[in-house]
Ligand binder design. Structure first.
Ligand SMILES: NC(=O)c1ccc[n+]([C@@H]2O[C@H](COP(=O)([O-])OP(=O)(O)OC[C@H]3O[C@@H](n4cnc5c(N)ncnc54)[C@H](OP(=O)(O)O)[C@@H]3O)[C@@H](O)[C@H]2O)c1
Length: 325
């Protein structure tokens, strides 16, 4: 297969490009700042039509991951960039597919599990889940994330691509041992004794192991019956306090100082990010994936954390490179 990945230079894109290439497929990544990679990386500006569109014509799969990182302060300029980069890139990918003489058979579009409401009571699947935005007593910055996800999905849904199956990837945090990724950051806290609960620790963490994320993308490509929003999350989200306790156990450290809300406010300000990323309760389950018969290699956080710690250690010791993960 030929797979085109706009915005494929980040954590998820590199993971997928590596997996597709190792499986013998042709990978083309679109980037605003192309760098050397083991696959072809071509230039686009993520805003306008260009030569890059020829790569989509005749491709089998398009996976659009482009968008300014949400790991920043939600000031006016960042808000504009976060929203515009997602809406515009989705729009032009849709136009490229619509113009193609031989359109791809599937368009997988990044979205986020953050689109669901902040809640503790019942897990959100694609059918009965409650979308966020109208919860009482949540900070305004949390609503912004919902607005972004909604605008992103609306742009995708509005694209007229009748010959291409469309799937929205409502992904939970994707955990891999790669340096600079989310797991690496969390483990960094654990290793220095700061891996306690965040806030009251009751908020749910939805997560997915990198191997299951990759396997679910292959599954989505192979299963024509799967369309529209699909939750990419392990079936067992856990409250933050438990999530951190299991990670400490997997690493082999007993101490984990908790972070109170006020500490998180200061810490996230210093790190130029937002408390929403750790305090919002994301209780999301993979309804459609499981109904279609997909099975998780790492359904529980204990097994996933153990595997990720082991691979992180092997990478640190130089026994495992990112290319052989
Ligand atoms: N990682 C997760 O756990 C997770 C969970 C849920 C949803 N998602 C979503 O999945 C997508 C991929 O995730 P990721 O972690 O791989 O993201 P990432 O590391 O931030 O990479 C996204 C890519 O988007 C491009 N980009 C950045 N700013 C842009 C802008 N202003 N305009 C257009 N393109 C821009 C960049 O490529 P170039 O600089 O090369 O152009 C970058 O490599 C993102 O949209 C993210 O929101 C990720």
């Amino acid at each position: 297969m030929k797979i085109v990945i706009p915005g494929g230079t980040g954590q998820i894109g590199v993971m997928l490009a590596r997996a597709f290439q190792q499986a013998g497929h042709e990978v083309v990544v679109l980037s605003r700042h192309p760098r050397h990679a083991p696959w072809r990386v071509l230039t686009w500006d993520a805003e306008t039509h260009g030569d890059w569109m020829a790569e989509i014509d005749g491709a089998d799969v398009v996976i659009n991951l482009a968008g300014r990182s949400v790991n920043c302060r939600y000031n006016a300029e960042n808000r504009r960039l976060i929203t515009a980069s997602r809406v515009k890139s989705t729009q032009i990918v849709g136009e490229a597919i619509a113009c193609a003489t031989h359109p791809p058979s599937i368009w997988l579009q990044a979205s986020t599990a953050t689109i669901y409401a902040h809640r503790y009571d019942t897990p959100n699947d694609e059918t009965t889940g409650i979308l966020g935005g109208s919860e009482p007593h949540v900070p305004e910055t949390w609503r912004f994330s919902i607005d972004v996800a909604t605008a992103w999905e609306q742009t995708f849904n509005a694209a007229m691509t009748p010959h291409t199956r469309k799937v929205l990837l409502r992904s939970a945090i994707t955990l891999s041992p790669d340096r600079g990724g989310i797991f690496d950051v969390l483990l960094g806290l654990v290793r220095v004794g700061l891996g306690g609960r965040a806030g009251d620790g009751k908020q749910y963490v939805s997560w997915i192991h990198d191997q299951d994320f990759i396997r679910s993308i292959f599954w989505l490509i192979e299963h024509d019956e799967l369309v529209g929003p699909v939750n990419l999350a392990a079936p067992n989200p856990v409250p933050n306090a438990e999530f951190m306790r299991i990670l400490r156990n997997a690493w082999g450290i007993s101490i984990g100082l908790p972070a109170m809300n006020w500490m998180l406010e200061i810490g996230t300000f210093l790190l130029q990010t937002e408390t929403e990323l750790v305090l919002k309760s994301r209780r999301v389950i993979p309804g459609k994936l499981q109904q279609s018969g997909f099975t998780f290699q790492f359904p529980t956080w204990a097994a996933a954390a153990k595997d990720l710690c082991m691979r992180w250690r092997a990478m640190s010791a130089g026994k495992l490179t990112q290319a052989t993960l």
